[in-house]
Design a protein around this ligand. Structure first.
Ligand code: ADP
Ligand code: AMP
Length: 226
C-alpha cells in the first residue's frame, strides 16, 4: 500500500505514521524528518533548507521533489506512507507522474482534520527527541519521565519552528499552499477524511478501519488476476 497522510502542521501525521508503519509493515517517508537529518548532517541541502524551515515557509519545490524522488526510489514499491509530502500542487503532480510511470500509484490519501485550537495546543506542547526523532506531548502523549525520551534517554527539545510566531506562519502557508491538495485528491477518488480531533488511539482506529476496508476491497481483484 502506498499512502499519503495530509493535514495541517501539528495535526498528528507523524504520530499516526509511526503507528501505521508497525501495523502494516510500511516504510515511513517524512519530508520534515529527512530535512532535519540533512540539517543535522550539515549537507548542502540542509543548509539550503534552513532559512525556509526556520521562518515557517516551504522549502522550494525543486529541492523537495528531488529529495523525495530519491527517498521513494530507495524504498520498496510495496509499501510506504508519505508524511509531509506532497505539500504543493506542483509536488503532487510530480509525485503522480513518477508513481504512475512506475506503475505504482497512490492507493489512499488520508486527510487528518483537526480544529485550529487543538492544532495550536498540539504544536505548543510538542517535544521531540533530537537523537531518534520520537515525538511526545507534554500532556497528551507524555514520556515516562518528563523531558526525557523513553527510547534512548536523550533530553527532549521543543522544535524551533514550534515557536508561536512561526506556527502562525506555518498554518498560513498550509492554508494557502497545501489545503488545495484536498480537492486535488478528492477529484482522483482516493481521499479519505478522518476526524483527528480525538486522542491518538481513537484516530489510529479510524485510520485502520479505512485501510482495512481498502485491503479487503483489493483482495478479490488480486485473486482474479492470478
Ligand atoms: P505532525 O506530524 O502532523 O506535525 P505530530 O504527529 O508531530 O504532528 O503531532 C503534533 C503533537 O500533537 C505532538 O506533540 C503529538 O504528541 C501530539 N499528538 C498527535 N496526535 C495526537 C492526538 N490524536 N491527540 C493528542 N495529541 C496528539
Ligand atoms: P514538518 O516536520 O512536516 O512539520 O516540516 C517542517 C518544515 O520542513 C516545514 O515547515 C517546511 O519548511 C519544510 N518541509 C517539510 N516538508 C516539505 C515539503 N513537502 N515541501 C516544502 N517544505 C517542506
Amino acid at each position: 500500500m502506498r499512502i499519503v497522510l495530509l493535514g495541517a502542521p501539528g495535526a498528528g501525521k507523524g504520530t499516526q505514521c509511526k503507528r501505521l508503519v508497525s501495523q502494516y509493515s510500511l516504510a515511513h517517508l517524512s519530508s520534515g524528518d529527512i530535512l532535519r537529518q540533512e540539517r543535522a548532517q550539515g549537507t548542502d541541502l540542509g543548509r539550503q533548507a534552513q532559512s525556509y524551515m526556520d521562518s515557517g515557509a516551504l522549502v522550494p519545490d525543486d529541492l523537495i521533489i528531488g529529495m523525495m524522488k530519491k527517498a521513494i526510489d530507495q524504498t520498496p514499491k510495496a509499501g510506504y506512507v508519505l508524511d509531509g509530502f506532497p505539500r504543493t500542487l506542483k509536488q503532487a503532480l510530480e509525485l503522480d507522474k513518477v508513481l504512475v510511470a512506475g506503475g505504482s500509484p497512490i492507493d489512499a490519501v488520508i486527510n487528518l482534520e483537526v480544529d485550529d485550537a487543538i492544532i495550536a495546543d498540539r504544536m505548543s506542547g510538542r517535544r521531540s527527541c533530537p537523537a531518534c526523532g520520537a515525538v511526545y506531548h507534554i500532556r497528551n502523549l507524555k514520556p515516562q519521565k518528563d523531558g526525557v525520551c523513553d527510547k534512548d534517554g536523550t533530553a527532549l527539545i521543543q522544535r524551533p519552528d514550534d515557536d508561536l510566531e512561526v506556527v502562525k506562519k506555518r498554518l498560513e502557508t498550509y492554508r494557502q499552499q497545501t489545503q488545495p491538495l484536498i480537492g486535488y485528491y478528492q477529484k482522483q477518488g482516493v481521499l479519505h477524511e478522518v476526524d483527528a480531533n480525538a486522542g491518538a488511539d481513537a484516530v489510529d482506529s479510524v485510520i485502520r478501519e479505512v485501510l482495512d476496508k481498502l485491503i479487503v476491497r483489493r483482495r478479490p481483484v488480486a485473486r482474479a488476476r492470478r
